[in-house]
Design a protein around this ligand. Structure first.
Ligand SMILES: Cc1cc2nc3c(=O)[nH]c(=O)nc-3n(C[C@H](O)[C@H](O)[C@H](O)COP(=O)(O)OP(=O)(O)OC[C@H]3O[C@@H](n4cnc5c(N)ncnc54)[C@H](O)[C@@H]3O)c2cc1C
Ligand SMILES: NC(=O)c1ccc[n+]([C@@H]2O[C@H](COP(=O)([O-])OP(=O)(O)OC[C@H]3O[C@@H](n4cnc5c(N)ncnc54)[C@H](O)[C@@H]3O)[C@@H](O)[C@H]2O)c1
Length: 494
């Protein structure tokens, strides 16, 4: 059967979720996947990177506690073996079985729109495809969801592409750790991989155009830069990459940089080079031109995840949806899956049960399950460096630029009793942004060991718009690091 109610292009974490939710009112759903079911996150991003980072964090936590013997260097082979175990060594048969058990059809191959609600699937390189070298044409009775993710950007620096640099794929899939690594880009991937490779014993140089972690509060990037330097990483801020040379394929690579003020040039030579300069939504080869959309732009969506620029179907309903990295509005698995839950529920309700409940979607309020409202002011992110950096909502600068009069309330994590019994010199800081007019928290940043585990309390406070006076009654347990919430409330005047 080549006709389904819903076709999802891309079976990453986001596409899988959207397909699952869309099938819950009995709609037939197919997902088209060109590589591995589970997407970037499972095999070349979140999961491998976190397994590479966790051993170093565990070692540092143990080493910080008096009386614990020096844990010594990491067992690199064991770390890589654990990474392989967690990523399933590129075997997606478990994910395939899950799709099967959920009643979702998997079509392996490369999907492209060729008109309204029509998707052509062609063989994809290196994939055991279902199209047997043939082109297969799928028709969707109701909706098409694009969840094709994103691809790394390699900037047009002279010699860079020719040097065959690593992107995050090679960095997370490594079989042996190079003696030295130069990382271009001081964002999330650059900082996490600089941390991981320093932990694994490589001599690391991190080249950042500006400061580190530009999307977070400035104090977060400063803390990560200081800690990476303590770990032996050569962190160079405010440098511009001018050129790359690699005379022998696989041989040493030399990067030429200048300071922002033009000083230099200086050269950095290393055994390997990682480019971590951002990602772009994967829209270029999805056939968007066939339906009059710009293939070079992210697929902008409204709060119901309907693609804004797409035409409606004959009954006046949106038929094209998108979620995850491809929208350009989120770049994490958890926010993409949030969009996917909204998308799947919108599609299932709008088109399922013969459309009997379509009005539920049309009339939905901002905080209904049919609107991705948290995308606007409550996106979360955790960076798994040491210290970890975790935040929800806008930074102070972003909040002020949006016209919100915020009070900044900050407290040193090391000054709470729970930190004092965790380890001497416990580092870190918690910061809340309080809307002065409404007396609710609109943003929060935590920097410290395991800071990501403290984030969700803040996310609940932001999404729930919990008044500070009520938050006062949420009593953190003694002696935990989360007692910082009490200290923050006191600092805010309670
Ligand atoms: C190194 C690294 C570490 C990261 N760590 C984290 C983390 O710790 N936490 C976090 O939340 N996020 C993390 N991210 C971000 C996270 O990986 C992405 O946000 C997430 O993978 C997006 O999911 P997605 O389903 O939108 O896209 P993807 O995971 O990219 O999946 C898209 C899928 O679509 C398929 N596809 C694309 N085009 C087609 C086509 N035309 N036809 C058929 N199939 C197609 C692809 O093969 C792929 O399987 C990390 C990213 C990187 C690079
Ligand atoms: N823990 C997590 O949630 C996690 C981990 C890794 C990646 N991710 C996601 O993956 C996405 C991609 O990560 P990323 O680090 O590649 O992107 P990023 O946008 O976080 O950082 C890119 C960095 O590269 C710099 N840059 C851009 N062009 C440059 C150039 N020509 N020369 C030097 N520097 C340049 C930018 O100034 C920026 O600092 C992120 O948006 C992030 O959300 C998430």
């Amino acid at each position: 059967m080549d006709t389904f109610d819903v076709i999802v292009i891309g079976a990453g974490p986001v596409g899988e979720n959207a397909a699952d939710r869309a099938s819950r009112t009995g709609l037939s759903v197919a997902v088209v996947e060109a590589e591995l079911v589970g997407g970037e996150c499972s095999y070349w991003a979140c999961i491998p990177s976190k397994t590479l980072l966790r051993p170093g964090a565990a070692r540092a936590a143990a080493a910080a506690v008096p009386g614990v013997a020096d844990p010594g260097p990491l067992d690199v082979a064991a770390v890589l073996a654990w990474r392989d175990e967690r990523t399933g060594e590129g075997d997606d048969s478990g994910q395939e079985q899950w799709l099967d058990s959920a009643g979702i059809a998997l079509v392996r191959g490369h999907g492209r729109l060729v008109g309204e609600r029509t998707v052509e699937v062609t063989p994809a390189q290196g994939v055991d495809d279902d199209v047997d070298g043939q082109v297969r044409r799928l028709t969707a009775r109701c909706a098409v969801v694009v969840a094709t993710g994103s691809a790394p950007v390699v900037p047009p620096v002279p010699g860079l592409a020719e040097a065959a640099p690593w992107t995050s794929r090679e960095a997370t899939a490594v079989e042996s750790v190079p003696e030295s690594l130069v990382v271009v880009g001081g964002g999330v991937v650059g900082c996490e991989m600089a941390q991981a490779y320093a932990d694994l014993g490589a001599r690391v140089t991190l080249l950042a155009r500006g400061t580190l972690l530009g999307g977070a509060e400035p104090f977060a990037g400063e803390a990560v830069a200081a800690s990476l330097r303590d770990a032996g990483v050569d962190v160079r801020l405010g440098v511009e990459t001018q050129g790359v040379e690699r005379p022998e394929p696989g041989g040493p690579v030399t990067v030429t940089v200048t300071d922002a003020d033009g000083a230099g040039p200086a050269e950095v030579t290393a055994a390997e080079l990682l480019v971590a300069t951002g990602r772009r939504p994967r829209t270029g080869d999805v056939g968007l031109g066939s339906i009059g959309l710009d293939p070079d732009a992210p697929l902008a969506v409204d709060d119901s995840t309907a693609v804004v620029a797409a035409d409606l179907d004959g009954a006046g309903r949106p038929w094209l949806y998108a979620c995850g990295d491809v929208t350009g509005s989120v770049a994490t698995t958890h926010q993409g899956k949030y969009q996917a839950r909204v998308c799947g529920d919108v599609v299932a309700t709008r088109f399922g049960d013969d459309g009997a409940r379509a009005a539920d979607v049309a009339d939905a309020g901002a905080w209904s399950r049919y609107r991705a409202t948290a995308d606007h002011g409550a996106q979360t992110q955790v960076v798994f460096t040491r210290p970890q950096v975790a935040w929800v909502g806008p930074t102070e600068a972003q909040a002020r630029a949006a016209g919100t009069d915020v009070e900044v309330v900050a407290y040193a994590l090391g000054d709470v009793a729970g930190a004092g019994v965790t380890s001497p010199g416990y580092p870190g800081r918690a910061q809340l942004l309080v809307d002065r007019e409404r007396r609710v928290i609109v943003g929060a940043t935590f920097v410290g060991p395991d800071a990501g585990e403290m984030l969700h309390a803040a996310t609940i406070a932001v999404v729930g718009e919990v008044p500070l006076d009520r938050l006062w009654h949420a009593v953190p347990a003694f002696p935990t690091v989360s007692e910082v919430w009490l200290r923050l409330a006191e600092t805010a005047g309670l």
